[in-house]
Design a protein around this ligand. Structure first.
Ligand code: SAM
Ligand code: SF4
Ligand code: SF4
Length: 387
């Protein structure tokens, strides 16, 4: 453990074992007990925790883990630095006290984490302060879904999001860059549907010049083959991380996606399901279900952003575009100056303090800049922190 604890008011001491800079959180002396009411500096509550369970992946999607950078020599996190299932569950429980009621497991590829279904079972046993079960979901590339869906469902997973960027096999293989066939992902979605994971969401990242010709065919296929229980969402290609060589002219604005689909399958807008929902929803006018668009670039939704992200080795990030985390693992594994482990109350108080100081609104600021400046500050990579 490379961190050094500090009391309120002392200077920030960076931890030595870092992938990305992180500070050891302060434990406030007289914090009130968590009440689900913690707000950040922009008045946003804390509702959604995204947990990365591995930084490894069996795909090399060109926009996320380009092969040239994530090749045989890339050093993934060692096993010893990963949070254990018990540690993840403890952190998730402390977050529920602050108002989190939605958990999303992600990665890397979360289904690569050994026995991830055991973690799901542990998380499914958690309750909100009001005694409600949590909304638990998982984002996967679908490659192992056919094999794992039943175990995930049995463990208490309710629903799943599957990433799928193309229906055309050649395009799909090119984008995942490991020659993985699209038929296997479609089969995984089918099995997930059969075991009762619902609703199933399909995420397509649209990259101009790469897969926009797949928008309508994929929409048609999902409607025709899977029916209204499977919701396709189109995500604008984001400048997340610093390794994908993102350019603004490769972003296809969601408004154009909607126009393309509306020409073939007329659409009407729907109200959001919940405050802070990232996707704008549209219904097929003929009753054939709905689609969504996530316009992270052209329509920033920072104002309602109630999401925190926990990295595989226990660093808390307050924004997808952050370059600095808060090392919760240092508290989970560290010692109080009195020579005892930190208590739940102390760690919960530290989390509350971190959230109350949050100001992040990267996408809003990017929109204010109006164009990509080309500048790339170092920041967390998507495979490390998840979507
Ligand atoms: N491996 C899993 C998967 O692909 O579903 C989970 C982790 S992945 C990082 C989570 C989501 O982030 C995926 O839907 C992926 O398509 C999306 N993603 C990755 N890089 C992106 C980028 N540059 N812009 C937009 N979405 C991105
Ligand atoms: Fe892996 Fe998901 Fe990133 Fe693709 S998007 S490389 S499947 S983590
Ligand atoms: Fe939330 Fe950061 Fe995305 Fe804004 S840019 S919506 S603050 S994660």
């Amino acid at each position: 453990m490379g961190g050094t604890m500090r009391a309120m008011g002392e200077p920030v001491i960076p931890v030595a074992d870092l992938r990305y800079a992180a500070t050891v959180p302060q434990i406030p002396a007289d914090a009130p007990a968590p009440s689900s009411e913690v707000r950040d500096r922009r008045g946003r509550p804390l509702r959604d925790l995204r947990i990365s369970v591995t930084d490894r992946c069996n795909f090399r999607c060109t926009y996320c883990m380009p092969k040239e950078l994530f090749g045989a020599n890339y050093k993934f996190l060692p096993q010893s630095s990963l949070l254990s299932f018990e540690e993840i569950t403890r952190v998730a429980r402390l977050f529920t006290a602050h108002g989190v009621h939605k958990l999303r497991l992600t990665g890397g590829e979360p289904l690569l984490r050994k026995n991830v279904e055991n973690l799901i079972a542990m998380l499914a046993a958690l309750r909100t302060p009001a005694g409600e079960p949590l909304d638990i979901t998982l984002t996967t590339n679908g490659s192992l879904l056919a094999r794992k869906a039943q175990a995930l469902k049995d463990a208490g997973l309710q629903r799943v999001t599957v990433s799928l960027d193309s229906l055309d096999d050649a395009t799909f293989r090119r984008m995942n860059d490991v020659d993985f066939p699209v038929a296997d992902v479609l089969h995984g979605i089918r099995v997930a549907q059969q075991v009762g994971l619902a609703p199933i969401k399909i995420n397509m990242v649209v990259k101009k010049g790469t897969n926009e010709h797949e928008i309508v065919p994929l929409a048609r296929h999902i409607r025709d083959s899977f029916g209204p229980g499977v919701v396709l969402r189109f995500i604008e290609y984001m400048d997340v991380g610093a390794s994908n060589g993102w350019r603004m002219d490769e972003v296809l604005p969601s408004a154009q996606v909607i126009e393309m689909i509306d020409r073939v399958f007329p659409l009407r807008p729907l109200e959001p399901n919940a405050p802070g929902e990232t996707a704008q929803r549209w219904a097929y006018r003929d009753g054939g279900g709905e689609i969504g668009v996530i316009s992270s670039v052209t329509r920033a939704f920072c104002r309602d952003c109630n999401r925190a992200r926990l990295s595989t080795e226990g660093k808390l990030f307050l924004c997808l575009f952050a370059n600095h985390g808060h090392d919760l693992r240092a508290l989970l594994r560290g010692q109080h100056p009195e020579g005892r482990p930190y208590t739940d109350a102390e760690i919960a108080a530290a989390i509350g303090l971190i959230w109350s100081q949050r100001e992040d609104r990267y996408s809003e600021l990017r929109a204010l800049q109006a164009h990509d400046t080309g500048a790339k500050a170092p920041r967390i990579e998507m495979h490390y922190i998840g979507g």
